[in-house]
Design a protein around this ligand. Structure first.
Ligand code: SF4
Length: 333
């Protein structure tokens, strides 16, 4: 890793025994029913918690299920999806809430979405200020000047310059478009932000800029679930890292221990880091399995240097931060 992307000094919020986590996900599974009676196991038995003032980065290769998990939290799955498990925030069960509850109380109010493509998220024919004010009216019920002031406050919290509120999206740089999209996510004062691949397609400077913008929101007390395949962005932003492979979370670790010493415990997570150009630049051999045809044992077994007969036949349970029969030994002090 470059020095500029080194893991931040930890400022993570400590969980409180007195209050529930900001987001608590338990046993979350998503299956897609396909023609011919086939099923795709996109997410299997995922579980994690997220506290206010903390960022959890959910990382893994494209197609591993992390964006499906995000869609499940926002009630945005297609009609052929079946979910199981629980996902609670602020007393609301997200997986079973009906569309009216999701639209009225969840999206934008409890959970703010920072989108993958800010330019596509912004309406091209309206100024940023007009879009923020409209969102403020919809989410807060404020009217007139009060809505405009509220919108300006969200822009300020996202570091979007007040002098640019009368600009159209095509008049913004990539960085300012990202700030405008972040401002939209902040208008409803949602305590939980969900950022789905917010750095995809950005150059490195803009990746770092976006990661720092998101981190600023965390440091102001919001919880952030950062869904990304960009490990440098995760390292720059996160307090904890959850690694997904073939629809399952295979490791959850403190970011400083994950990216530094002792490093990941799960062989796939280790492989992800070793594939980075600034590390060993050694790709993981082979390909992930089809989510519609998962093996009985560990899904990573065909690609894993530590695999044995037990791995091929017996799926490892998640325990002590990882789902592996033979994790890398770590200094557990
Ligand atoms: S369970 Fe076995 S195959 Fe799977 S990651 Fe661990 S060592 Fe490798």
């Amino acid at each position: 890793m470059t020095e500029s992307s080194a893991t931040r000094p930890s400022t993570r919020a400590r969980p409180s025994a007195d209050r529930p986590p900001l987001l608590e996900v338990k046993g979350l599974s998503v299956r897609f029913r396909m023609p011919g009676g086939r099923h795709i196991a996109a997410v299997s038995d995922a579980g994690f918690t997220l506290e206010a003032g903390q960022c959890l980065a959910l990382v893994g290769e494209s197609g591993c299920g992390k964006s499906v998990l995000a869609s499940a939290l926002l009630g945005l799955l297609p009609a052929n999806a079946q979910t199981a498990g629980t996902a609670r925030t602020a007393g609301t069960e997200l997986l079973t809430a009906d569309e009216a509850v999701l639209a009225r109380t969840v999206r934008g109010r409890l959970v703010g979405l920072v989108p993958q493509s800010p330019a596509a998220h912004l309406t091209p024919v309206r100024t940023v200020g007009a879009q923020l004010a409209e969102t403020a009216r919809a989410l807060t019920g404020l009217r007139g000047e009060a809505a405009v002031r509220h919108a300006a406050g969200a822009a300020e919290r996202a570091a979007f310059p007040a002098g640019h509120l009368d600009r159209y999206p095509h008049e913004l740089s990539g960085g300012l478009a990202q700030r405008a999209a972040t401002a939209l996510a902040l208008v409803g004062d949602a305590p939980l932000l969900l950022a789905d691949e917010p750095t995809t397609g950005l150059d490195r400077d803009l990746v770092e800029h976006t990661a720092d913008e998101l981190r600023r929101q965390v440091d102001r007390g919001r919880g952030l679930l950062l869904i990304t395949h960009d490990l440098a962005a995760a390292q720059r932003t996160a307090d904890r890292v959850a690694v997904m492979y073939a629809g399952r979370i295979v490791e959850i670790a403190e970011a400083d221990r994950f990216f530094g010493e002792p490093g990941p415990r799960h062989p796939y997570a280790r492989g992800l880091l070793n594939a980075l150009p600034e590390r060993a630049f050694t790709p993981i051999p082979g390909l992930p399995p089809e989510l519609g045809d998962l093996p009985a044992g560990c899904a990573f077994a065909p690609r894993c240097p530590r695999s044995d007969g037990r791995c091929a036949s017996q799926r490892p349970a998640f325990a002590a931060g990882t789902a592996c029969h033979h994790p890398e030994e770590a200094d557990r002090d």
